[in-house]
Design a binder for this molecule. Sequence first.
Ligand SMILES: Cc1cc2nc3c(=O)[nH]c(=O)nc-3n(C[C@H](O)[C@H](O)[C@H](O)COP(=O)(O)OP(=O)(O)OC[C@H]3O[C@@H](n4cnc5c(N)ncnc54)[C@H](O)[C@@H]3O)c2cc1C
Length: 509
Amino acid sequence: MAEAGLRKLVIVGGGTAGWITAAAFARLLGHSLEIELVESEAIGTVGVGEATIPQIIRLNAILGIDENAFLKATSGTFKLGIEFADWGRIGSRYLHTFGDTGMNLGNVAFHHYWRRSTFGEAAPDPQGLWHWSLHQRAAEEARFGKLDRVGNTAMTGLAYAYHFDAGRYARFLRAYAEARGVTRTEGIVESVARDGESGDITTIALAGGREVAGDFFIDCTGFRALLLGEALGTGYEDWSKWLPCDRALAVPSERLPVLVPYTRATAKSAGWQWRIPLQHRTGNGHVYSSGFTSDEAAADTLLEGLDTKALGDPRPIRFTTGRRAAFWAHNCVGIGLSSGFLEPLESTSIHLIQSHVSRLIQLFPQGGDAAAMRGEYNRRCAAEFAQIRDFLILHYHRTDREDSAFWRYCKHMEVPDSLTHKLELFAAAGRVGRDVDDLFRDASWVQVMLGQGIVPAGYDRMADQIGEDQLAAFLADLRRVIERSVAGLPRHEEYIARHCAAEPLDAAA
Ligand SMILES: Cc1cc2nc3c(=O)[nH]c(=O)nc-3n(C[C@H](O)[C@H](O)[C@H](O)COP(=O)(O)OP(=O)(O)OC[C@H]3O[C@@H](n4cnc5c(N)ncnc54)[C@H](O)[C@@H]3O)c2cc1C
């Protein structure tokens, strides 16, 4: 590779991935790199990707983006977690929140005290844990506010992320990046030229004859993976046997009458349906497996499941869950959908863009041979993808549902050993066998394991250190403090009106 004297970075693609990449590089390495982004309005973007996880707050902080200005520009709302309806069984419901549940005592996690309190019951309700969830209570009442701590206790406050309009988000980041020196070129890439000796990409040729040369290329061309996949021939690992959904239909609908601060994911007979509340409209989509239902039936399911009037026809999207065999090959890195796709159940794709960009900036070659950086980048991205994959499989596999061929398949499929180990450990003793650098915290694994219906057989023996009366008083006090805190929060709607109301715009836009 010829990275020596890397001066010119070319980003191909102007969706969420392209513009996050451009914004972050301009902010952090703009002093030493010339950055050009090529995109095609004629091809357009995937147009979905509107729910996030709290790590996006860190990205905004690095970019120096003001939260209120950002939500105003993107018609955004706040998100306390994802409500999973009908997953473990039809009728079940739980919120995978971004925060803790209850409060740990000493070294013992709260769910062990909860489990101890239910120990004599023949069939404890796993969803009982959520009585001690500040996020659940705030979500139920559609309240939101900034809360670092609950009262004067050690209980952590509200952790949150955002929902936003994908098109407006890309435009917002484009304005940010262009203001910091990124050059945007409109054009369709028709071919990619490589150096005969090294195999590195040297130029891309646009329709109309223009050529764009660069030292390093970032492929943000979406599912097509024009550079990393097509030009460099990097293969794809298909994970459909574990995550069989391969299609989606997306449709906007009118805004919800009550602006709830959470995403909803409702399980359907061959997949699931999302609902994302924005200020001016609601985002909806049905993610499904073409092996278990038809496109027509999937569209009917989507439209029947809407809470508000549709603002257009369902738009189809096809995908294969999995990842590129390498995320970085030669002088090209794929970021966004070009690097792989983990279906949107836990809103992880925008986070993966952010995480890949920051990793790439940390490992960006100065010159000479980049093999060590490339190896490290590929190793860490691969581990991250596999960890998220296991967390997603958990939702499908740990179910009592057998009411359709899809759910029977998911319930009885073989899963990766890494997940089997975690399931067994939690079922036996409520322990989380999480990897140290796993994106999802213990609190997330606990909530999804319980939410899907696993009640651990045992609990941490250290939870027996307090007496029965002390335990009862502890649990009752926590509930009181949580109720008081929630009652003091403004309505989500009021908070937005006061701080970050979007300009009124066409709802379907
Ligand atoms: C159904 C679904 C739901 C999703 N929901 C979420 C969610 O809730 N949360 C989340 O975090 N993520 C979600 N995602 C993922 C998210 O949408 C993507 O990670 C994000 O939008 C980034 O996409 P991208 O920029 O990689 O690709 P795209 O948006 O497809 O952009 C590709 C870009 O490449 C350009 N391009 C392509 N070919 C050429 C060419 N030949 N010449 C020039 N330009 C070209 C296009 O014009 C475009 O600008 C979802 C994805 C799907 C499929």
